[in-house]
Design a protein around this ligand. Structure first.
Ligand code: PMP
Ligand code: GLN
Length: 384
């Protein structure tokens, strides 16, 4: 293999899915719903397949309908004014959007600030762009960054900062104060923000999600990525998008045209329909996940697994140190093989430099049937 990919192993999601299957464990590992996409959205998809004119290449930047829907959604929820023609491109999931943005905006030798723990594709993407990741850790149990550590991460070579909020895997939703500090430093050092907001509609209780692009002076220097995977329970569709000011989106679009050129056509019609759902759809989606969060919380209660209630996402990071002094991978294997519940050890979300910070945690995801979560409670009670 090329040097570029020599250090890349099999992703942890593939490894844990295989183990979970082998032991018939309830799989709270990968963030993948075990229930289907809402029927009304599937019906629009089925119509699109049969329409007779949507099974050939879509326009490279995405269908007119989906780009318009992305712009309308940003206006409805965040009062952002996006140009659907020049300020949006459709990508193969947020994953391609992130890669296209990095390839389009970062030069070899540039530095990219990554908050840890991080979604696992960021660092391989940065390395494939011949750039250098610079890590800023979140500190448990509150998963906050140290402002001095953040400030120290900026240098004259910093080009981009990747900000994921609501944050996988910790469940943090960064506060307006935290976002302001990030925004100030990015303006001071002329740095672009890549905002990964795939969990934008998944916040709990009083928590409100503020896109960093809405802060003063930030729209011009923010490129935002999101996708249909989480909010429409359609992770298998791999429809995502990138939006922002035309110059930044154009840079990502130049890379996109030579990665995938265009993405799956009929699903774009269904996602455009889905984004235009009334506010009640989004409220019901939140309420469904608030209930699932309560079910997983009840399952963890009294087991000795400690966690801070997430403000957003569908993940809980749980500290298992009261139960075991194993490594996260050892504890995960124990949980899968002896208790019948799968989780994700967080090594994949850390650089070697900061892996010790996550060394007592495992991640559980609750995008699962209520019945699955009730069974998880029964199984985890064996931990006591
Ligand atoms: N970013 C984060 C933080 C995620 O959790 C995920 C989903 N696993 C993605 C990006 C990728 O999204 P998609 O499936 O749309 O490529
Ligand atoms: N975003 C999901 C997670 O973190 C899925 C990741 C993946 O399968 N690559 O679990």
């Amino acid at each position: 293999s090329a040097h570029r990919v020599e250090t890349f192993g099999t992703t942890i999601f593939t490894e844990i899915n295989a183990l979970a299957q082998e032991h018939q464990a309830l799989n709270l590992g990968q963030g993948k719903p075990d229930f289907d996409t809402p029927p009304a959205i599937l019906a629009v998809f089925a119509q699109a397949l049969q329409a007779g004119n949507l099974n050939q290449y879509a326009p490279g930047p995405g269908t007119v309908s989906l780009r318009q829907a992305v712009a309308d959604h940003a206006a409805r929820f965040y009062q952002l004014s996006i140009d659907p023609a020049r300020g949006v491109i459709v990508t193969s999931g947020a994953t391609e959007g992130i890669f296209a943005a990095i390839l389009g905006l970062v030069d070899p030798g540039d530095e990219v600030i990554v908050i840890e723990p991080f979604y696992d594709s960021y660092v391989p993407n940065i390395l494939m762009a011949n750039a250098t990741p610079v890590f800023v850790p979140l500190h448990p149990p509150t998963w906050t960054f140290d402002p001095a550590e953040l400030r120290a991460a900026f240098s004259s070579r910093t080009r981009l900062l990747i900000l994921n909020t609501p944050h996988n895997p910790t469940g943090r939703v960064f506060s307006p104060q935290e976002l302001s500090l990030i925004a100030d430093l990015c303006q001071e050092h002329d740095v672009i923000v890549l905002a990964d907001e795939v969990y934008e509609h998944l916040t709990f209780g009083q928590t409100r999600y503020t896109p960093i692009a809405t802060l003063p002076g930030m729209f011009e220097r923010t490129i935002t990525v999101s996708s249909a995977g989480k909010v429409f329970s359609a992770t298998g569709w791999k429809i995502g998008w990138v939006y922002g000011p035309p110059d930044l989106v154009d840079a990502a679009g130049r890379a996109h045209q030579f990665i995938t050129f265009a993405v799956h056509h009929p699903t774009q019609e269904a996602v455009a329909y889905a984004l235009n759902q009334p506010d009640s759809f989004y409220q019901e989606f939140k309420a469904m996940y608030e209930r699932k969060l309560d079910l997983l919380s009840a399952a963890l209660e009294g087991t000795g697994l400690q966690y801070q209630r997430p403000e957003g996402t569908y993940f809980i990071m749980a500290d298992f140190s009261a139960l075991s002094n194993q490594t996260p991978m050892e504890f995960t294997r124990h949980l899968i093989s002896k208790i019948g519940v799968a989780c994700i050890p967080p090594e994949t979300f850390y650089s070697a430099q900061h892996a010790h910070i996550g060394a007592k945690y495992v991640r559980f995801s609750f995008c699962k049937h209520d019945e699955t979560l009730l069974q998880v409670k029964e199984r985890l009670s064996q931990l006591q």
